[in-house]
Each structure stands twice: as structure tokens, then as C-alpha cells.
Design a protein around this ligand. Structure first.
Ligand SMILES: [Zn+2]
Length: 178
């Protein structure tokens, strides 16, 4: 199976579902992680331009340890809005490229505006990406990339515990050391 996890900042997916993703790699799935934003505002001392590079390198390294491809949609923190064609098209491009059978992303009731925007964008783009004649700027996919399948979306825990009632649990004991 192809698994696509779309998190906003470099660390969201890693904190909330890296164990699940590592397990998927172990059983033979192809796993792609997309960070929509650079995480450039995530530190109180390190300036944004420096932090953007540090976090991109950390994300690639973390992904390679687990056998996961890591890509970025190229936004900066707090510049992501869900009702936005450019942003939706970027997620369409990522979904077509990864050709997922399952998508994992943020819960719609998350506590942070970038997270809730990404949740909505992924929901909307997952439908848009299935339409054969939909045109969009291609970065990762190309003219020959087929439309995506309409697939289940799983939401990650919000960490803040707001309105999140999990219905699925994954035992990650076997990959906890990684
Ligand atoms: Zn985040």
C-alpha cells in the first residue's frame, strides 16, 4: 500500500504518528510524508531563515532513518489558509504524486490554525485530486501522473485533547526504539 501522511510543520506527523508510519514501512508499504509548512516560526531565539534550513534537514534525516520519503509543500508558518486555490493545488499535486491508498493528517478540531487549515485542505484536495481533467501547477507530479483514488483519511491526535475521540489505535511497541 501507499501511505501519505500530511502534517503542517516538520514534527507534527513525527510526534503524532511516526510509529504507525515506521510500522507501515516495516510491512512493505511505501510511505511519503509531506510537511506543508517549513516550521520557520517555531523557535523563540533561532531566526526564521536559519530555522527553516535546520528543520528541513532534521525532517529529511528523521525520514531516512525510518525509510520514509519526506517532501515539503513549501509554505511558511501561519501563511496557510484553507479556502485558497494555490494551497489546495499544492496538496493536489502532493496527493497525485504519492498516489496514496490511505491519507493521515490533522484532525479538523485541532488547536492551531495551520493544523486546521491543513486538515481542511487535505480533505478538499483529496477529492479534487481524483478528477482526471483538473489542471494545477505540477511540482512533484507530472502530465503523465494519473488521477488519485478517493481514499480514507485518518486524523491524528491533536495533543491538546480538544474534541478528539480516537476510534483506532495502533500498537507501536515493535518500533518504539526507532
Ligand atoms: Zn504543527
Amino acid at each position: 500500500m501507499n501511505i501519505l501522511a500530511i502534517g503542517c510543520h516538520p514534527d507534527d506527523v513525527e510526534i503524532a504518528c511516526a510509529g504507525t508510519l515506521a510500522k507501515c514501512v516495516k510491512r512493505g508499504d511505501k510511505v511519503t510524508v509531506c510537511h506543508v509548512s517549513s516550521g520557520n516560526l517555531g523557535h523563540v531565539i533561532i531566526p526564521p531563515d536559519e530555522l527553516r534550513v535546520i528543520r528541513a534537514n532534521e525532517a529529511k534525516k528523521a525520514g531516512s532513518l525510518a525509510g520514509i520519503e519526506v517532501i515539503s509543500a513549501g509554505f511558511d508558518d501561519l501563511e496557510i489558509y484553507d479556502n485558497n486555490k494555490e494551497a489546495r493545488d499544492k496538496i493536489v499535486d502532493v496527493i497525485r504524486y504519492a498516489n496514496p491508498d490511505v491519507i493521515i493528517t490533522h484532525n479538523p478540531d485541532d488547536y492551531m490554525p495551520d493544523h486546521t487549515a491543513v486538515s481542511r485542505l487535505v480533505f478538499d484536495a483529496s477529492f479534487t485530486a481524483t478528477l482526471p481533467n483538473y489542471d494545477y501547477p505540477r511540482v512533484f507530479s507530472d502530465e503523465n501522473t494519473p488521477p488519485a483514488k478517493l481514499v480514507p483519511i485518518y486524523y491524528m491526535d491533536t495533543l491538546a485533547g480538544v474534541n478528539f475521540n480516537p476510534t483506532e489505535f495502533v500498537d507501536i511497541s515493535e518500533v518504539i526504539d526507532l
